[in-house]
Design a protein around this ligand. Sequence first.
Ligand code: ASP
Length: 437
Amino acid sequence: MWKRWKQLELYWKIIIGMVIGIIWGLLAISFGWHEFNQDWIAPWGTIFLNMLRLIAIPLILVSLIKGMGSLTDISKLSRIGLKTIGFFMISTVVAITVGLIIVNVTKPGAAFPESTRAEMQEQYRADIEQRQAIAREVEETGPLQVLVEIVPSNIVDAASDNQNILQVIFFALLFGLAMALIGKEKVKTLHSAIDGLNEIVLKIVMLIMKFAPYGVIALMGTLVVEFAGDDVSETLNLFASLGFYILVTFVGFFIMIFVIYPLVLMALTPIRYKGFYKAISPAMMIAFSTSSSAAALPLKIEQCEKELGVSKTITGFVLPIGTTINMDGTSLYQAVAAVFIAQAFGFDLTIAQQMTIVVTATLASIGTPGVPGGGVVMLVIILTAVGLPAEGLAMVLALDRPLDMMRTVVNVTGNCAAASIIGNSENELSYPPVKTA
Ligand code: ASP
């Protein structure tokens, strides 16, 4: 049996892990094993997450430096940069438009009971204030602050905090660019050292992934236990009142995953539907169980290179940057949530206000960190921009986690699609990839 387990594809192992985790969580709720779960199961999930975070910075540094450093044509870098930003902008606007269309057609907020709304506002008052405070800080900064924050004043400092991924990317880009400008001959030794480091980092990712199915059991189990809280019937009630809104948002996510990305991939690359999802499904599942695009980054890089044949230059550039600034799922969600809140409060949004949502949601998704719940903080900014009460947040906060899990999957899928498309346009995609042992 162990032999068969070992031969299974990674995505099957993760799916099995998820199912066992959910069953474990349900058992823990029904038998009251909360404490046992907290003491003996949950820590394994945290250990798995920490390992993913641990490898993120070394992986970004090595991938980017290797990718950039081996460029022979520097103009290619600016071209890839422009294409990347252009693609990110377009896909974000498409995602927001999909969100706006479905929420305006289905109107999930229109029938929302007023009494439930008031109850929720009361219950989540403290949470809302906390997020408003964070959002205010973001809003108070000047327009160029975003750029200022990308440039680190100290690389050790920047690399010591996983939230500074953009700063690390900036340094790695600069370093790789300098290497490319100097030319391979003069820094030969460094090139081979980076190649060696790259092999080591990828091996570490592979080793961490061996632990993934077990980490996922702990993460999913704990999620189920925490989600049910102390009062399972209350959670079920919440589902009943927010069910339609959740369903509508999920429809939006599915349109992105099953219609938009595959169509664009089929039109612009040789990659086909099944091949794409088979290749990136482990990354999608890690995104689902951790609700963090940043945690899924190592796997995104590995799967896009190995299973889709995207070159290191592209994955090293597009994926780390995409993880921090390109969040199609988050922006779609923010658009649906904002209009849902407006509907529940009885506001009729004008076309101009909906356009404001498109612009602010695009910017907000750039500023959203790739961590659980990151998208909700930025939602405050959108609500303020269209003149909606931030108290409306209570309604979407109540059941954010399942939506967070799914929007993270969309974010990850969108970035892998972007890497494949940009890779193909630069002749940096060899699909199907030639597999080496
Ligand atoms: N959890 C999402 C991510 O990591 C961000 C969000 O909250 O929308 O991609």
